[in-house]
Design a protein around this ligand. Structure first.
Ligand code: THU
Length: 163
């Protein structure tokens, strides 16, 4: 009987944690949807928003910012990460990404995956739809067998970098 009760409590704790986590995720996705409203995308007309959660709970948002010189455009995720880093934040818990696509979850481009990975492979990425539904992944899942800052600590050549 005692065992049954303990199992019950454990289940309640787990359910509470899951509900708390879901509420946090929904909140962050909500922030990314808000950020999407500021997207500057006159060329692609493809709006993207991002909301980045840092270790102390501060959230930095971002949107895509395009340019008449197309290759200079910046993605929403990189805008948010650059905003955070430029204000002294490097420790991230999660990033939520949103777009206007109702049929599929927005998925970060390869460049943004590498940009996220710079700050670790073990943090969450929420790929969302406009209705707030989402898929949860880790940076490391999105960019397996990645190259990161640690790899630069390996052996380097001592040749002069000249022709
Ligand atoms: N874009 C993002 O901002 N994030 C992504 O994850 C995918 C693509 C932007 C870049 C460009 O402004 C527009 O979406 C179309 O590619």
């Amino acid at each position: 009987m005692g065992d049954v009760q303990i199992t019950h409590e454990v289940r309640h704790d787990a359910a509470d944690r899951l509900n708390g986590h879901l509420a946090e995720v929904k909140e962050l996705i909500g922030r990314s949807l808000e950020a999407k409203k500021f997207a500057y995308c006159p060329y692609s007309k493809f709006r993207v928003g991002a909301a980045l959660l840092t270790h102390d709970g501060t959230v930095f948002t971002g949107c895509n910012v395009e340019n008449a010189c197309f290759c200079l455009g910046i993605c929403a995720e990189r805008t948010a990460i650059s905003k955070a880093v430029s204000e002294g934040y490097r420790d991230f818990k999660a990033i939520a990404i949103s777009s206007d696509m109702c049929e599929q979850f927005i998925s970060p481009c390869g460049g943004c995956r590498q940009f996220m990975r710079e700050f670790g492979a073990n943090w969450d990425v929420y790929l969302s739809k406009p209705d707030g539904s989402h898929v949860e992944m880790r940076v490391g899942d999105l960019l397996p067998a990645s190259f990161g800052p640690e790899d630069l600590k390996g052996k380097k050549s001592n040749i002069m970098n000249e022709f």
